[in-house]
Design a protein around this ligand. Structure first.
Ligand SMILES: [Zn+2]
Length: 274
């Protein structure tokens, strides 16, 4: 029986939104998307492509990261997602580009944003800075998840010190009802830290996009015991196909029930789909 999937981490963008080195990376990862760019960057086509690959819901991310990747505006993502139920658009805030992150986010939440993405290492801020607290307050009140990049990045100009999951300990301690996902699970040097924090904080999750599924049990040997806290994302288009990682996860020596939680159940709860 097919397992329906929620993909918590997809990037879209026009070619002019991204810096040349982002294009180089996408090309080198032999992404199917890159070969079919013009075709797939049309909302109807992307929605159909996702449905064809058994994706039930896809989180679509903007990025306002002029130093590292480029600018995929919130406006663009909101418009792209309009009228396609399969998309869950997130908005993003770059605290260097606005003095009131919460007002910025509120605009897009009113237009249907289902969560907020933050890029600390791309935009050089710590996620526990108090200037972001009004934003967290808003997200907590609206019961919307915040997806925060943690760990390494291949892109030029990103600084990993900002992407240490430990900074999120303070955020979720100060906002105990806020749902936070650690994108990439502290990739590179902080898997154990991300995992530990997800165990002690009830609303803090490990999001596994950008991690090779075959390595998941090396990175998180004990994941079966905390499986409620793992959420699948592809980081598409930085993968070969939208399904390559899903197929690998299905082969892992985990309980069938656990795989369903990673691929669908946990994300469905977070997005309020149940
Ligand atoms: Zn990403």
């Amino acid at each position: 029986m097919a397992v329906h999937v929620i993909d918590f981490h997809l990037h879209i963008g026009l070619k002019e939104h991204w810096h040349s080195w982002v294009h180089d990376y996408q090309k080198s990862s032999r992404s199917e998307f890159y070969k079919r760019y013009e075709e797939l960057i049309v909302p109807e086509n992307l929605a159909q492509y996702l449905r064809d690959n058994d994706i039930a819901k896809a989180v679509i991310l903007p990025d306002l990261c002029p130093i590292t990747t480029g600018n995929v505006p919130n406006e663009y993502v909101m418009e792209f997602c309009e009228g396609q139920d399969i998309f869950a658009p997130f908005c993003t805030v770059n605290p260097s580009l606005t003095t009131h992150p919460e007002l910025e986010a509120k605009k897009y939440i009113q237009r249907g944003a289902k969560g907020i993405k933050l890029y600390p290492s791309y935009n050089h801020f710590y996620p526990n800075e108090t200037r972001l607290y009004p934003l967290y307050h808003l997200a907590q009140e609206e019961q919307l998840p915040v997806l925060v990049h943690t760990g390494s990045s291949v892109f030029r100009g990103s600084k990993i010190k900002y992407a240490d999951p430990i900074h999120l300990d303070e955020v979720v301690t100060d906002f105990p009802d806020l749902t936070v996902l650690m994108a990439h699970g502290g990739r590179g040097i902080w898997y154990d830290r991300a995992y530990f924090l997800s165990r002690i904080h009830p609303h803090l999750y490990v999001e596994i996009s950008g991690l090779p599924p075959k390595k998941l049990l090396d990175y998180f040997p004990d994941m079966e015991n905390n499986i409620e806290k793992f959420v699948y994302g592809s980081d598409w288009p930085a993968v070969q196909t939208i399904s390559s990682n899903i197929n690998e996860i299905k082969k892992l020596p985990l309980k069938e029930e656990s795989k369903k939680k990673i691929l669908y159940g946990n994300a469905a709860k977070i997005l309020g789909l149940q």
